[in-house]
Design a protein around this ligand. Structure first.
Ligand SMILES: [Zn+2]
Length: 247
């Protein structure tokens, strides 16, 4: 038995694929291991019961063991289902959006514990049926910041000075420039105003409860999400429309 390494970890289900012979492959974002793909063998009798645990973004404790190369699931306990059929449509959309973004953005087998803790906050809100546009800004800003693809919001990479007012995001360089250093080579520059930058910056520096307390103009909310969407799509090498958002 020593060739098996057993592991207990909390995780969120972000994807599942049914394979032949009652095998299911789950993509799980775990606290200790990052995103992993794990195999579960399900007896036909138990399939219905087991599949009840496979809703997107279900949180659970997974008992895993590693064979030669792949993780297998021995047991799933402490299951907190997302109850997709009971939540409102915007929350359903948000759940699917989070899973889709994480399947695309997060590398496999790379622990991202601080991102996991952040997702626990968002998941708690979802469990309490709390939905707000602010939570989408918070989720995206925190995610991009914690995996290191959010550009510097305060300091211009051109003149190394603090950006004080309006700014410009250049997808080609994946950087935000002050008005004096606007690149002239790209046709896809995105204008950013001060409130947008403040909103996204604050989202990276606070917790979800405090972030949800601040009043953000709906126009600034929409623009902030649009900018985060462009940064995400640009990182993934996709068109922003392919990173569709639940708003
Ligand atoms: Zn500058």
């Amino acid at each position: 038995m020593s060739r098996f390494r057993e592991k207990f970890t909390n995780g969120f289900i972000i994807g599942s694929n049914q394979a032949p012979n009652n095998v299911i492959y789950l993509q799980i974002f775990t606290k200790e291991l990052g995103v992993i793909t794990a195999k579960a063998k399900v007896s036909p009798k138990l399939t219905g019961k087991f599949q009840g645990k496979l809703e997107p973004l279900t949180k659970a404790m997974f008992v895993l063991y590693k064979g030669q190369t792949t993780w297998s699931i021995k047991e799933i306990t402490n299951v907190q289902n997302t109850h997709l059929d009971l939540v409102t449509h915007p929350i359903q959309e948000l759940i699917h959006f989070i899973c889709k973004i994480y399947r695309q953005l997060l590398p496999e087998d790379e622990p991202l514990a601080s991102l996991f803790v952040m997702l626990e906050q968002v998941h708690q809100n979802i469990a309490n049926h709390i939905y707000s546009t602010s939570s989408i800004i918070y989720f995206l800003a925190q995610t991009l910041d914690k995996i290191g693809i959010l550009p510097n919001l305060k300091t211009c990479p051109g003149c190394k000075s603090e950006i004080t007012g309006n700014a410009t995001y250049d997808p080609a360089q994946q950087e935000i420039f002050c008005t004096n250093c606007i690149p002239n080579h790209s046709e896809q520059l995105v204008q950013i105003n001060l409130n947008q930058r403040k909103t996204i910056y604050y989202a990276t520096k606070t917790n979800l409860i405090d972030f949800n307390k601040i009043q953000i103009d709906p126009n600034i909310q929409a623009k902030s999400i649009r900018l985060l969407q462009v940064i995400t799509a640009n990182y993934l090498g996709k068109s922003p429309s392919l990173v569709s958002l639940p708003i």
